[in-house]
Design a protein. Structure first.
Length: 405
């Protein structure tokens, strides 16, 4: 609890639901899903599967100067998300040059499509035929490095890879750097692109809603009929600042990171989740870190994964109780992996500010084993503090406690 205050002064979103945080929040409240057959790869290669793509993504409409050709889709999503967040927080080109601003980017796969294409071309046609421009994107921290170069961000530059919890983990790590005085201003969040390589991997691992099961409840968090997630993509970033830095420049404050915690369950991949004990542990520690005993709402990372959703519900219930209202935005945005945690945080801030809790779109038959306070409809909300949870199949667990001031 001790250290500098961590304020949020700007947000940036590029997602299947829109490119403005308020518009994204409204679509979540409306339950307007973004699911459709893929266009970023040949849909016939995975017949029947749905995804949530960023439609007609054209980065040059957001960044009108500079060379973006070296950036692949993940890098471009991250570039736009970071640019929107910095602009929203009031850090323009001149002021950025006067302040070491860093970037903490969460991603699960980053440039896996570029890596796959680079390797295929080298193996099939020969090393002399690979694209030199692709080579710089064949590492996991490519997007973070490329964005920092383009934006001339001279502060700390880190990539966090923690599965679907990557974005939330990036926020927690950035907040820790600021609180302990190792950074003053950081852009933190995550980015992920949809591509054939990641989609096929998830499908073969049995983590996506199968194509022959498109009935009600498909991909709906906490619904008894759920059979798996629907893959999404996008980028979501928040500008975090030390309280004295933000106050000194009279920055608009959109929220505060009060506390955080993370942990890892080494038994998760063997299917032993101990009824959400590890996530419960992080929730308890995040509340303790924030110096509070409870919260008024929860943004859950549930995506329609049968076992993972139940474990998350058990953890939430065990620590904050069954009466606290819960939402799960992946019911409309899909599982956007590295971008998910930051997008959840942004929606949670809007929910508190607008006094509305988005419903879980498509929820018709709540799973009786997930005993939490969820509803399909958007509800009135009176909340001062929000809990954001993030989990991954691999065992990562992250909890964030947020407030508006």
């Amino acid at each position: 609890m001790h250290g500098r205050g961590v304020l949020m002064t700007g947000v940036g979103v590029i997602s299947p639901l829109g490119d403005r945080a308020d518009a994204v929040f409204q679509r979540v409240c409306d339950g307007a899903t973004a699911f459709a057959p893929p266009t970023l790869f040949d849909a016939s290669a995975m017949p029947g599967y749905l995804v949530a793509e960023v439609p007609a993504f054209a980065p040059e409409t957001y960044v009108r100067t500079g060379n973006i050709r070296p950036l692949d889709r993940t890098g471009r999503l991250a570039l736009v998300g970071a640019e929107l967040a910095l602009t929203d927080s009031g850090w323009n080109g001149d002021t950025r040059a006067q302040q070491p601003i860093g970037l903490i980017l969460g991603t699960m796969f980053c440039s896996v499509r570029t890596i796959g294409e680079f390797d295929r071309r080298g193996l099939q046609a020969g090393p002399q035929f690979v694209s030199p421009m692709d080579f710089s994107n064949t590492v996991l921290n490519a997007a973070a490095g490329q964005v920092a170069i383009w934006q001339r961000l001279t502060g700390v530059n880190s990539t966090v890879a923690a599965g679907a919890a990557s974005g939330a983990q990036a926020l927690a790590y950035a907040a820790e750097l600021i609180r302990t005085g190792r950074a003053d201003v950081l852009v933190a969040g995550g980015a992920e692109e949809i591509c054939f390589e990641s989609a096929l991997g998830f499908a073969r691992a049995g983590r996506l809603a199968p194509p022959d099961d498109r009935g009600p409840g498909c991909g709906v968090p906490f619904d008894a009929r759920r059979t798996g997630a629907i893959l999404g993509e996008g980028a979501a970033f928040v500008v975090l600042e030390a309280e004295e830095t933000a106050r000194a420049r009279n920055a608009r404050v959109v929220g505060r990171v009060n506390g955080w915690a993370n942990s890892y369950d080494p038994d998760a991949l063997q299917g032993d989740r101990k009824n959400g004990d590890m996530l419960a542990h992080t929730i308890e520690h995040a509340l303790c870190d924030a110096g509070v005993s409870g919260v008024d709402m929860v943004s859950a990372s549930a995506s329609g994964a049968p076992a993972l959703d139940v474990a998350e519900a058990a953890a939430i219930t065990a620590v904050v109780g069954r009466e606290i209202p819960v939402t799960a935005i992946k019911s409309v945005a899909g599982e956007s992996l590295g971008a998910a945690g930051a997008l959840q945080a942004i929606v949670a801030l809007h929910a508190m500010r607008c006094r509305r809790l988005p419903g879980v779109a498509g929820l018709q038959a709540p799973d009786p084993s997930a005993r939490i306070n969820v509803d399909a409809a958007t509800r009135p909300l009176d909340a001062q503090r929000a809990l954001v949870t993030a989990t991954s199949h691999e065992g990562n667990a992250v909890s964030l406690v947020l407030s508006l001031s």
